[in-house]
Write a protein that binds this ligand. Structure first.
Ligand SMILES: Cc1ncc(COP(=O)(O)O)c(C=O)c1O
Length: 363
């Protein structure tokens, strides 16, 4: 059986991209974001690859994601970026030797309710201006006291998250970094600031730990800067096939709402991928795909299982031809713009109907 839609994950690209991160931040340890099923790439194979390549810590959103890794015998340190939400979760996190990112006082209360012998590993997350998760900076002295009260806790360090790191001209990132430094002046503990955009665009953010996600998957986090120019290689290649090719007269409409009108007599191809696979319905006519190394263009609305494409630049395209939707040569971050979104959302949004294959694993 030929799979309709295939996401091919080249694990060697992850190793290459980790190398790029290491060259940018040679003195930093790396916490790799593998949340959301490793941005849709498959958390287990991606984590195994990154751990074998020397990543120090894996970061997931929640306990459930960490358990997926532990059940697959991924033994590396794992941080829970949203921390825990109950005493039960806290106890399980300790049992599984997870690092808990603590962002509020009620979470400290949960941790304090655990047996004093619990070998707790934690980060404190500070809010330096993004106003999503994190303690206000004024709480730092109280947090230091908390650590002093619990000498048995295995404190990993202080973390913050940047709101505008993908805007190299925005002074707010410098302000966040300055606030973080000032609040922690003279206080012990490792520091972690940068996501992918932060570590690429803001050298001051390359501190003890960096926390890349997107860059590891080979997408540029910076608008107007290509992944290739940063040395990044896309790890995902999403492909389907042409399942019909037809010729229509000028003026004929195509697809739901007849939203595309043929400007001349032309061939239209039908590709077996739709929004039920993760091809956003918001993609506009003109979104490029690639067939036989040439470009074809979305013509009309995305349906549940199919898209229709303008084949005028690929006159030899025939039924059965592979169609590249994003990947090497069609960066997901550029394609995402056609749906008014980001590569993050495209990568994470593939559905269970997509067939995955992982290539070039370490073992
Ligand atoms: C706290 C935190 N750190 C790091 C990352 C990785 O970000 P990016 O994928 O932009 O590198 C994320 C992702 O959202 C995050 O929430």
């Amino acid at each position: 059986m030929i799979p309709r839609v295939t996401a091919t994950i080249d694990l060697s690209a992850l190793r290459n991209n980790l190398g790029v991160v290491r060259r940018l931040a040679p003195a930093s340890r790396v916490m790799a974001a593998v949340k959301a099923d490793a941005y849709g790439h498959g958390a287990v194979p991606v984590s195994r690859t990154l751990v074998a390549a020397g990543v120090d810590v894996l970061a997931v959103a929640c306990l459930e994601e960490a358990m997926t890794l532990r059940q697959a015998r991924v033994q590396a340190p794992i941080a829970l970026l949203e921390g825990v939400i109950s005493g039960e979760e806290a106890a399980q996190a300790v049992y599984e030797q997870l690092q808990i990112v603590v962002h509020d006082h009620w979470q400290i209360a949960l941790l304090e309710s655990l047996p004093a012998s619990a070998r707790l590993s934690l980060w404190f997350k500070l809010d330096t201006g993004m106003h999503r998760l994190g303690f206000p900076l004024a709480d730092v002295p109280r947090l230091v006291e908390t650590l002093q009260r619990h000498p048995g806790w295995d404190f990993q360090g202080w973390m913050t998250h940047l709101a505008c790191a993908d805007e190299p001209d925005n002074p707010f990132t410098g302000e966040q970094i300055g606030r973080f430094d000032a609040a922690l002046r003279g206080i012990a503990g490792a520091r972690s600031i940068a996501n992918s955009a932060g570590l690429i665009a803001w050298p001051q953010a390359r501190v003890d730990w960096v926390r890349p996600g997107l860059a590891l998957y080979g997408c540029s986090p910076l608008p107007g800067v290509s992944a290739a120019s940063l040395g990044l290689r896309p790890a995902m290649r999403l492909e389907s096939r042409l399942i019909a090719v037809r010729e229509y007269a000028a003026g004929e409409g195509v697809g739901y709402g007849l939203a595309y009108r043929c400007p001349e007599r032309m061939r239209i191809g039908v590709v077996a991928v739709g929004y039920a696979d993760g091809m956003h319905r918001a993609f506009r006519s003109g979104t490029p795909v690639m067939i036989r190394r040439r470009r074809a263009y979305l013509a009309g609305r995305v349906s549940m299982d199919m898209i229709t494409v303008d084949l005028r630049e690929v006159p030899d395209a025939t039924v059965g031809d592979p169609v590249l939707l994003w990947g090497d040569g069609l960066p997901a971050e550029r394609i995402a713009e056609w749906a008014g979104t980001l590569s993050y959302e495209l990568l994470c949004g593939l559905t269970q109907r997509v067939h995955f294959r992982h290539l070039n694993g370490a073992d």
